[in-house]
Design a protein around this ligand. Structure first.
Ligand code: AMP
Length: 249
């Protein structure tokens, strides 16, 4: 069984993001970029399935600028067998990525497609769901446990007040939540091996997909700065201030 894993290049989670001066988006020039953390979990899960003998090949896919090749090399170092970059310089919205992934699913015929539950830059949480709808595949989102047997995926997902277990027939789309696994550290020998693994570069037109944005961002702004707190000398003053000044926001 082949597995496709979608990996997005995002601003590293340790970076404090800054809004561009023209308010058109966030600053990404000269900033550390990394693989979306949920996509690392998705790749790790695919590699574990290959180690168990369930999967035969893992294909990592990224859509975006040429530098996404670095993200794909990381996926190859974690254990993917080959990579595909759908290269384009436009900012891709979830619908465009879902259409590109759908075209690759039609080409590669995987048994399973794993995505992260959401990208930490846009927090959209849409691509997996849109892909499943467009490709007419069953989907389970926010997976925290995944078992594959007899052409079925049994997936646990955390829901309010507990855990829900769903079973879907393969091929299916699964999106990875935080507790699915703990990704391994990438070792130097695997980074070296990853350099020799195949990485194919396509354009959206090669897949017959129009990636023109459908949504327009009007303005991006920083959250309001919190006003400073104050120290009070004693409990009586505190109670008085709570009575007269405290507001429920
Ligand atoms: P989102 O819907 O934007 O929150 O993204 C959810 C998931 O879709 C991510 O965790 C990735 O697995 C996948 N994804 C989104 N955008 C891209 C992209 N440009 N390239 C590859 N995968 C992506």
């Amino acid at each position: 069984m082949k597995i496709i894993v979608a990996v997005k290049r995002v601003v590293d989670y340790n970076v404090k993001v800054r809004v561009k001066s023209d308010h058109s988006g966030v600053e990404t020039a000269n900033i550390k970029m990394s693989m979306n953390p949920f996509d690392e979990i998705a790749i790790e899960e695919a590699v574990r399935l290959k180690e168990k003998g369930v999967a035969s090949e893992i294909i990592a896919v990224s859509c975006g600028v040429a530098q996404c090749q670095e993200t794909l090399r990381t996926a190859l170092a974690i254990g993917a067998d080959r990579a595909i970059l759908v290269e384009c310089s436009e900012l891709l919205q979830p619908l465009a990525v879902a259409k590109l992934l759908k075209a690759l699913v039609a080409r590669e015929q995987p048994g399973l497609i794993i995505l992260g539950k959401q990208a930490i830059d846009d927090d959209c949480n849409q691509t997996g769901q849109m892909l499943a709808a467009l490709a007419n595949l069953p989907q389970v989102t926010f997976a925290s446990k995944l078992d594959i047997a007899d052409g079925m995926a049994t997936v646990s997902r955390e829901v309010d007040g507990g855990s829900e277990t769903l079973q879907v027939t393969l091929p299916a789309v699964v999106t990875a939540d935080l507790r699915l696994n703990e990704p391994r550290y990438v070792t130097l020998p695997n980074i070296m091996k990853a350099k020799k693994k195949p990485l194919e570069i396509l354009k959206p037109a090669d897949l017959g997909v129009d990636v023109t944005p459908r949504l327009k961002t009007l303005r991006v702004s920083e959250p309001p700065v919190r006003s400073a707190g104050m120290l009070v000398p004693d409990v009586a003053t505190l109670v008085a201030k709570l009575r007269t000044q405290a507001k429920v926001i």
